[in-house]
Design a protein around this ligand. Sequence first.
Ligand code: GLC
Length: 428
Amino acid sequence: MQAVRDREAIEILKANDRGGYTVPTSRLYPYQWNWDSVFVALGFHTFDKDRAWREIEMLFEGQWDDGMVPHILFRRDDPDYFPGPSVWRAGGAIQSSGHSQPPVAASVVCALVEAGGEEGERRGRSLFDKLLAYHRWFHRHRDPHGKGVIGVVHPWESGRDNSADWDNAMRQVRIAPDLGNYQRRDTAHVDADQRPKQAEYDRFLTLVTFGRDQGWNQDTIAREGQFFVADPGNHFILMRADRDLLRLAERFGKTVEADEIRAWLTASEVGTNLIWNDDVSAFCARDLRSGQFSDAISSAAALVFYAGAGSEEQRALMIDHLHRIMDNVAFGLPSLDPDHARFEPKRYWLGPVWMVMNFMIARGLAEAGQVALAEQIKAGSRQLIEEQGFYEYFDPVTGEGCGGGDFSWTAAMWLAWAGRHGEAAEAA
Ligand code: GLC
């Protein structure tokens, strides 16, 4: 099975290659997505190092002048996807969406550099300034009041589109009256039961329309938009990426930059407390306008270990949750706590297991000495792919593969992590 799945994974990456960048899957997602691409680079790196670097370099070709790396790059128009470039009307040389996605890039670049070789060293070094500009953008525009916690201006910016983390804040969003009769394309490719609901979609579009009407002025969007929510996912991922960027800065002798990054980390350690919800004893999303907490424990909270964040007590309480959650499902880690009322095992980010989350969570747990939990997550991930193939996500109760098939980041995670024996944290 190992050899068969290895071959298939490589074939998927090759088939989804559009000439130096990879689409998540053909039809459903026909463009270059930010964090998909970065994870895909880890997969390519197992058999074609040059191609791995190319993937990340092409993503950074779409970087905006202010440092932002958009969540989608529309290199060519494709009527199969909505909302496309004519709705967003954003970007420069390359048309794009108008906000970002989880900033995993510095962590993957660091892993590729540390995997060794002169070529990696050279290409990593030439990406350093771009990564730094990207992180500066995140700290400035997604933490405009300097609280040390990272917010998202759209659920899509979190990469976890319909997570219960956004429920309270999304309910407050007044749907724009002039959305018109748009045609969703996602439900033409995947069963509607597994996709976000229509009212949610109207709100997603309302937020896009607002950003567009502001000419994508990021300050106005974060300060005045209808949606600005502290996201445990992006907060912890950026913290980890800051640590990895710091390793690169030290390696490349960038001392001034290293100090700047250390200051971000100090601020983030303080800010982490702002997303600790005492009512449920877990890290939770929090509306940065109203201060209201979500009561959902999503898999993003489990990234606290990957970030190297949180107090001893907070970490111990999170471990208790993880044991409870893992005992409740056949395959971990579900994207939402099965004890939460909104849990739906097949609906996107309301329950299903996602390989890229598992990879980061298991890595963090292994680093924190929670080897048994990390191994349990890795073994489950491996079994899901072995039995079902390379689906977008998986039902944590039945193990069924759901969403799109032949998915690039699932293939990449197999090659770089789940399909490799040995340490739970392995990659690159
Ligand atoms: C969905 C996912 C997002 C991913 C994209 C492409 O929007 O929620 O995380 O990047 O699909 O795979």
